[in-house]
Design a protein around this ligand. Structure first.
Ligand code: AMP
Length: 208
């Protein structure tokens, strides 16, 4: 099973990717998590990545591919936060074509802009395992690590990220729709209900 989760920042891609990983034993490939880990390393690559993330801009494709290349070797995966523009989508096609593999389904999680801003400006995340919490909390239920706020979850950067999404990522909906592999789910409901709908969708498509 090879899936892509699409949707604006704060749609719940990370939460759903984590649930899909657990239920179907998929590798969760989150470019945001990979990039945050690179920033923590504090080397020259991490420094470059940090400046883009803090501004809410996309990290340049060349830097991203350097970090991502080895991860895409995983056989069954759910991609969370990648691809984010047409160049990345085409690069992914190229990599999969070489292996004679393809993407089974692209799931687009739809949410209103107002909900995104509310969610992101109050969320906490676990930097160790990637679990996401929508309310203030001290420690992670999953691994016990201390929770943090993301540097880019402040109002100005969130608004910039939404703008970047509309310009660069939104066109991917059309890209995958034309291939007939795009499906939509409503994201304004609880994470559990969204997940139920995704599982239902996968079953209907004969891949769950
Ligand atoms: P996320 O955790 O998916 O919300 O990503 C956080 C930030 O990491 C984004 O605002 C970008 O700066 C960067 N980022 C994550 N994924 C990508 C990607 N596929 N291409 C470029 N930048 C990315």
């Amino acid at each position: 099973m090879r899936l892509i989760l699409l949707g604006p920042p704060g749609a719940g891609k990370g939460t759903q990717a984590e649930k899909l990983k657990k239920k179907f034993g998929l590798a969760r490939i989150s470019t945001g998590d990979i990039l945050r880990k690179a920033v923590e390393e504090k080397d020259s690559l991490g420094e470059k990545v940090r400046s883009f993330m803090e501004r809410g801009e996309l990290v340049p494709d060349s830097l991203l591919f350097t970090l991502l290349e080895s991860k895409l070797r995983e056989g069954n995966f759910v991609l969370d936060g990648f691809p984010r523009n047409l160049t990345q989508a085409k690069k992914l096609d190229e990599i999969l074509e070489k292996k004679r593999e393809n993407i089974n389904l692209v799931i687009n999680i739809k949410v209103d802009e107002k909900v995104i801003v509310e969610r992101l400006t109050r969320r906490f995340i676990c930097l160790k395992c990637g679990k996401i919490y929508n309310d203030e909390k001290k420690r992670c239920d999953n691994c016990g690590a201390k929770l943090s706020r993301r540097n880019d979850d402040n109002l100005n950067t969130v608004l910039k990220r939404i703008e970047v999404y509309k310009k660069h990522t939104y066109p991917l909906i059309n890209y995958y729709e034309e291939r007939g592999i795009l499906r939509h789910v409503q994201g304004n409901i609880s994470p559990e209900k969204i997940f139920q709908n995704i599982v239902f969708l996968l079953k209907r498509e004969g891949i769950g």
